[in-house]
Design a protein. Structure first.
Length: 77
């Protein structure tokens, strides 16, 4: 895992636990699945893509503190 993603992983796990039933967090290693990363236009890591009704609805690029991530997700929770 890339260092920035390692830093964000515990934050994402915490948010997923706190928002259980409202939010599902899935992680993708772009080295293991470059075709999927390319399909969704991932150019930098970490990249968080929020899906709403199966479609990409929001993209957050770069490591963010928990409060900032929750702010980005707020309109969808």
């Amino acid at each position: 895992m890339v260092r920035a993603l390692q830093d964000d992983a515990p934050i994402l796990d915490e948010i997923a636990s706190e928002q259980e039933g409202r939010l599902t967090v899935a992680k993708l290693n772009v080295d293991d699945a470059p075709d999927i990363a390319r399909r969704f236009g991932v150019m930098s890591i970490p990249t968080l893509i929020l899906f709403n009704d199966g479609e990409p609805a929001k993209r957050v690029v770069g490591a963010k503190p928990k409060a900032a991530l929750l702010g980005e997700l707020a309109e969808y929770l």
